[in-house]
Design a protein around this ligand. Structure first.
Ligand code: NAP
Ligand code: MG
Length: 490
């Protein structure tokens, strides 16, 4: 509904007022079907199997994608193996030039890639445009800078590449995760076989086009699309020297078992149930914005989502009121609309998982708060942002990763209690602290079992800043100087 002259003055209070649609119109050219990107060219899968990639907001098919089988994975690994020696012997400043070219080309094609990311994965265009794409380019720029300075990253030592890296990524930040994995590996002189997630392969295939445009030597990066079995074939290949995996803790454990005793290097970026702690002396309005971005950003499809909110008891009513009010103004809908805050859930399967947890929350006696706004689209997979109060630490929604826009609100009385409750989880990926007292920040941050602690902010990323978990959230770091270590031997 568009505002009329008579109601525009009321739009802050009238729930009937709505924004005009603001669709992003940048065209994306898609082929009807894609092959596997092996040895510098797209080729049909030897497996002869294919699957469709759909738009989760419309359920329409976007393209047919190849499902790589064991033979295809072997071809890709052999291409990477053949390319590795020449790539490693290239003058490091020449290797850097390729990475700079990839970064620049991503920037040049950023809007198109952002639109495709939103179409294939369901995330709002304002996020893919303002977060995923700039960061993907930044990772290539940042690591291009390291390529000829590795000796300075490891003073007194001689870093050497590992060989062929098998890299397996999830569906929540498809192109960004590809950049996280490829950029440091290439900078260090390794070659790669990348396996994107089944529901979000398309931006990786566009990246393959970019690699051709910039004349990256064939075999240096190979992209084998497919499902879990394709990933398993890659991880189990004897010529893969390093496995870099981002995904669920469940699959991470399978990979850790299969890599044990093989001499393969392994890094795992897994799930989380991250605490976000709000003290009474925090700037409450800012903290509420931080909560919004910690859990409703990207439909909660964020491994480091602040899915457990701990609020100091004296301010819980104020925080909950403000949160409910803010939730009311979040716009759920068309991911390609520039006003959309919360897009589509990535797949029917993920939607069912989220719904199961929400049912469990209500069943166990927690109280659900949800906005009852305009009806959601009839096609596609949607879940309104929501939060629970009356949550006990024993409740499923307080213990397990939901990977959806569902927040559990709990309280604490003392910093010690906040810390104990925050650390009471098998995970250890990220955490947030909100307070105006600097000493409290340092004290609590030091004692939290979390790879990343954000203070008075949340979900901020930078290529120079290492990211990774403790406990069942995995091991190894990506980004920054620490991330390089995962791709070299001495
Ligand atoms: P997932 O099922 O573990 O899938 C991740 C990737 O592994 C996908 O490419 C998947 O292929 C592949 N895969 C599945 N089974 C495999 C196997 N047996 N061997 C090798 N590869 C296999 O995870 P997801 O559900 O897609 O992603 C969500 C999870 O990722 C969440 O738990 C989240 O916390 C975690 N995550 C962590 C981080 C981090 O940095 N710590 C970042 C993002 C996401 P298919 O897509 O075809 O299944
Ligand atoms: Mg898709």
């Amino acid at each position: 509904m568009n505002p009329t002259a008579s109601d525009t003055n009321e739009h802050h209070t009238s729930p009937g007022w709505d924004y005009s649609p603001a669709p992003e119109r940048t065209p994306v050219e898609l082929d009807e079907s894609y092959g596997l990107f092996i040895d510098g060219a797209f080729r049909a899968p030897k497996s002869r199997k294919r699957f469709d990639s759909i738009n989760p907001a419309t359920e329409q098919t976007l393209a047919s994608v190849a499902e790589g089988g064991a033979k295809d994975v072997d071809d890709a690994v052999q291409a990477a193996k053949a390319a590795q020696g020449p790539w490693a012997r290239l003058k490091p400043s020449e290797r850097a030039k390729y990475l700079y070219r990839i970064a620049r080309r991503i920037q040049e094609r950023a809007r198109e890639l952002a639109v495709l990311e939103s179409m294939d994965g369901g995330k709002p265009i304002k996020e893919s445009r303002d977060v995923d794409l700039p960061l993907a380019a930044q990772h290539f720029f940042y690591h291009a800078g390291w390529a000829d300075k590795l000796a300075y990253a490891f003073p007194g030592r001689t870093p050497r590449p590992l060989g062929v890296c098998g890299q397996i990524i999830p569906w929540n930040f498809p192109l960004l995760m590809a950049a996280w994995k490829l950029a440091p590996a290439l900078a260090c002189g390794n070659t790669c076989v990348l396996k994107p997630a089944e529901t979000t392969s398309l931006t990786a295939l566009k990246l393959a086009e970019i690699l051709r445009e910039i004349d990256l030597p064939p075999g240096v990066v190979n992209i084998v699309t497919g499902a879990g079995e394709t990933g398993a074939a890659l991880a189990g290949h004897p010529d893969v020297k390093k496995i870099a995996f981002t995904g669920s803790t469940e699959v991470g454990k399978v990979l850790a078992r299969s890599a044990a005793g093989t001499g393969k290097r392994l890094t795992l970026e897994l799930g989380g149930k991250s605490p976000n702690i709000i003290f009474a002396d925090a700037a409450i309005d800012q903290a509420v914005e931080g909560i919004v971005s910690s859990i409703w950003f990207n439909q909660g499809h964020v491994c480091c989502a602040g899915s457990r909110l701990f609020v100091e008891e004296s301010i819980v009513d104020e925080v909950v009121d403000k949160l409910r009010h803010r939730m009311q103004s979040l716009r759920v809908g068309d991911p390609l609309d520039k006003n959309t805050d919360v897009g589509a859930i990535n797949s029917a399967e993920q939607l069912r998982t989220i719904e199961r947890y929400v049912d469990a929350g209500e069943h166990e006696g927690a109280i659900m708060h949800e906005v009852s706004a305009d009806p959601l689209p009839t096609k596609g997979f949607w879940h309104r942002p929501c939060f629970f109060t009356g949550v006990q630490p024993s409740h499923l929604i307080a213990r397990e990763e939901i990977f959806g826009p569902v927040l559990s609100v709990m309280t604490f009385r003392t910093p010690e209690e906040a810390l104990t409750r925050a650390n009471n989880t098998p995970y250890g990926l990220a955490a947030g602290i909100w307070t105006n007292t600097g000493a409290k920040i340092f004290e609590i941050a030091r004692k939290l079992d979390a790879g990343v602690v954000w203070c008075n902010t949340y979900n901020k990323f930078d290529a120079a800043s290492p990211f990774g978990g403790f406990k069942e959230s995995g091991f190894g770091r990506e980004g920054g100087r620490h991330g390089l270590k995962s791709y070299v031997k001495f």
